[in-house]
Write a protein that binds this ligand. Structure first.
Ligand code: RRO
Length: 310
């Protein structure tokens, strides 16, 4: 039987799957449920300095193609998550803190606190689309590079960065080069496609309420955009900075596609929200079966091996 073991940014993962930050990872109970599942790591909901209740409901909607959300960063604040980390350690898998600051000093403060609290890695979220009046930080390359250099200087622990999708090649290459300059250890691609709109034609209204119905699109809707971002970043980063693929992973085959494009690890968002943590056992079995049928022993045999038509 093949195996799904992964080593990335100095950490060992029993398998390549974990939750996407945001999906079923806000409360301590949800985080323990991920710990008890077959997920290879626990990723915490993006934390802010102060607790937040988030945006007004309805703020999450799903259909057969995926989801739209405008949660608005609901979370109990970083200090509450720091206190949970020692209790999450009993699951014996990496615990990754996701950090969403509104200014550079906030990213630095939270990075230092999660480091001291024992987080195994920190995921710097430069891509939340759902705070009214704030742009997705990663669309400002200079600001992003400044954040990354400052957080890099504040911890020795593994640092990943989560980015929004770029719809052109040049900003993908420019950001990949900035990640190298900032000595970032990993990149999570992609956050939801920001500011999408799903319309209910029967009710003649938007399906979510905040920001005039605009929110982040996830699930099958976004897989081709995610794959393209993973593939372009892999062309620039190669094996130097591991890529965590996320976007439209609901089956082992979806994960296989992300890995072909260059993903070393993968995250599950919309499908985890729909199916619950049991999803991890299913997608792993599906990926193992696919690898077995194709004669692959390990993920390296697949990673980045995307071909082109003759
Ligand atoms: O909380 C949210 O509204 C949210 C966040 Br922080 C994010 O990074 N991505 C997303 O789709 N929703």
């Amino acid at each position: 039987m093949p195996n799904l073991n992964v080593r990335a940014f100095g950490l060992d993962f029993a398998n390549c799957f974990m939750n996407a930050s945001g999906a079923r990872c806000m409360t301590e109970d949800e985080l323990h449920a991920l710990g008890e599942s077959k997920a290879g790591a626990i990723v915490i909901k993006s934390a802010t300095i102060e607790p937040r209740t988030g945006n007004p409901e309805p703020r999450y909607f799903e259909n057969e193609w995926g989801s739209i959300n405008s949660m608005g960063l609901p979370n109990p604040g970083y200090k509450a998550y720091c206190a949970m980390i020692s209790r999450l350690k009993k699951h014996r898998k990496p615990v990754i803190a996701s950090i969403a600051g509104f200014k550079i000093e906030e990213f630095v403060e939270m990075t230092k606190a999660f480091d001291a609290a024992g987080a195994d890695a920190m995921e710097i979220n430069l891509s939340c689309p759902n705070v009214a009046g704030k742009s997705q930080a990663c669309y400002d390359l200079d600001y992003s590079e400044e954040v990354l250099k400052r957080v890099r200087a504040s911890t020795q622990k593994p640092l990943t960065v989560k980015l929004s999708p770029y719809l052109d090649i040049a900003p993908r290459v420019a950001m990949a080069q900035a990640l190298k300059r900032a000595r970032i250890d990993g990149v999570v691609l992609i956050n939801s496609i920001g500011n999408a709109l799903i319309v209910d034609p029967v009710a003649e209204r938007a399906v979510i309420k905040p920001k005039d119905g605009h929110g982040g699109l996830g699930g099958a809707y976004i897989k081709p955009v995610a794959l393209a971002n993973v593939a372009t970043f892999y062309q620039t980063l190669g094996e130097e900075i591991p890529i965590v693929g996320v976007g439209g992973i609901a089956t082992g085959t979806d994960a296989f596609e992300h890995i072909l494009c260059g993903a070393r690890l993968v995250q599950v968002g919309s499908q985890l929200q729909k199916e619950g943590p049991i999803v991890f056992a299913r997608v792993q079995n599906e990926l193992l079966e696919q690898m077995k049928q194709k004669g692959y022993e390990k993920l390296e045999d697949v990673r980045g091996k995307l071909g082109m038509p003759e």
